[in-house]
Write a protein that binds this ligand. Structure first.
Ligand code: FAS
Ligand code: PHB
Length: 399
């Protein structure tokens, strides 16, 4: 016999989307229960995104978790493109109305959101199992799950499917969805290294051996990526080989890449993926459950936060005044930003990665890169997409 619990919004998934949504709703006095199938330790240690758009920073401030982000986050006003033995800076803030980006790992964002949720004594259950969603076409949807061996039924008004690409929420409405997708013939091998970054700002490297990216997590921790074949195995990449390949791809006269102990390494597949619509009945998908971008544009985490800002805004209106227009328009509103980020991520990925052996591709890429570093209009296109379009903040407006 299941125990029945009740809330206003059931949130499946405690990643950036689910946790940010819970925080925004709590600030507006709307109850939610967050259900996560992994342990707290697992979700807090899962190394993923590293770069926050200014809009994301503002939303996290609005969710009440900005203090450590501002203290430890590193503000960047530019990035570098490297190709054909040259390195060129793109002055992002100068080109994008003063907007900037902040280097602050997704692990830290998740830790801050979990800490705030638990400190407020609000419901967040880790290590739940057998999650399933039901009655989403009714006004009384419910989520069934087990926790610590006991069965539960969570009655709610709305379910937020924030359970990522491999979750259970999108499959629950897959018959109502149109899928758009593209898989890439390469992946990223990423490392976290105990060495100060050799470049203060990010460097995106186009090289005939393949793409590389120099990023960071702190003044003491570098985050670096290498393009590898899509089916590459991590075992084929001992640390020595990783550093040797990075040195070959990022070499630049008068500059050296410092090496250090590899603390973590992993391979991330590359795909573009969108489902339309992002909602059906009382189930609303947000973040990776609805869309995936190749990480070249650093959009995944930022899109997830933008989705839940729209959803929070719509829910606040609905609960406050019965106005369901925001919920009815949720999918269309999110998808405008999603497709803009999908194109930008596809464009950055196609421009910077080795696509194969066709010399035509290489010439087109070099032409695009040369145009970007010689035309202010071209560079502005990259800058305004990279720092991100303003996020609608009405969800955070004082009530
Ligand atoms: P998430 O996947 O982060 O969160 C979903 C949560 O739901 C997880 O905690 C999961 O455990 C939980 N869940 C799943 N099934 C469940 C179930 N049945 N019941 C309950 N809970 C369930 N983006 C970037 O911008 N830059 C990057 O460098 C970058 N690197 C990445 C590397 C990897 C390996 C991956 C997979 C993604 C990367 N991303 C990157 C994208 C990533 O940051 C996502 O966009 C971001 O995590 C999206 O957040 P959520 O939508 O919350 O999904
Ligand atoms: C990261 O630091 O993890 C990072 C930065 C920029 C990207 C992708 C990943 O485009």
């Amino acid at each position: 016999m299941s125990a029945t619990i009740r809330t206003q919004v059931a949130i499946v998934g405690a990643g950036p989307a689910g946790l940010t949504l819970a925080g925004l709703l709590a600030r507006a006095g709307i109850e939610s229960v967050v259900l996560e199938n992994r342990s707290r330790e697992y979700v807090e240690q899962r190394i993923r995104a590293g770069l926050l758009e200014q809009g994301t920073v503002e939303v996290l401030d609005g969710a009440g978790v900005g203090e450590r982000m501002h203290r430890e986050g590193i503000v960047h006003h530019g990035l570098h493109l490297q190709f054909a033995g040259e390195r060129h800076r793109i002055p992002l803030s100068d080109l994008a109305a003063g907007r900037n980006i902040v280097i602050y790992g997704q692990t830290e964002v998740v830790k801050d959101l979990i800490q705030a949720r638990l400190q407020a004594g609000l419901p967040l259950r880790f290590e739940v199992d057998d999650v399933s969603v039901h009655e989403i076409d009714s006004e009384r949807p419910r989520v069934r799950f087990t926790h610590e061996g006991a069965p539960f039924e969570l009655e709610c008004d709305v379910i937020a499917g924030c359970d990522g690409f491999h979750g259970v929420c999108r499959p629950a409405i897959e018959k109502q969805l149109q899928v758009f997708s593209r898989d890439y013939p390469f992946a990223w091998l990423g490392i976290l290294a105990a060495v100060p970054p050799s470049s203060e700002e990010l460097v995106y490297v186009h090289h005939d051996r393949g793409f590389a990216l120099l990023s960071l997590r702190s003044p003491e921790r570098s985050r670096l990526y290498l393009q590898v074949p899509a089916d590459e195995r991590l075992e084929a990449w001992p640390d020595e080989r990783i550093w040797e390949e990075l040195q070959r791809r990022v070499a630049l006269d008068g500059w050296t890449l410092a090496e250090g102990a590899v603390l973590e390494k992993g391979i991330t597949g590359m795909r573009s993926f969108v489902v339309e619509p992002m909602a059906h009945g009382r189930l609303f998908l947000a973040g990776d459950s609805a869309h995936i971008v190749p990480p070249t544009g650093a959009k995944g985490l930022n899109l997830a936060v933008a989705d839940v800002t729209v959803l929070a805004d719509a829910l606040i209106d609905w609960y406050a005044s019965g106005n369901a227009a925001g919920l009815a328009g949720y999918s269309e509103t999110c998808l405008r930003r999603v497709w803009r980020a999908e194109h930008f991520s596809y464009w950055m990925t196609s421009m910077l990665h080795r696509l194969g052996d066709d010399p035509f591709d290489l010439q087109i890429q070099l032409s695009q890169l040369r145009y970007l570093v010689s035309s202010e209009a071209a560079a502005r296109t990259l800058a305004e997409n990279y720092v991100g379009l303003p996020v609608n903040h009405s969800a955070l407006a004082p009530r």
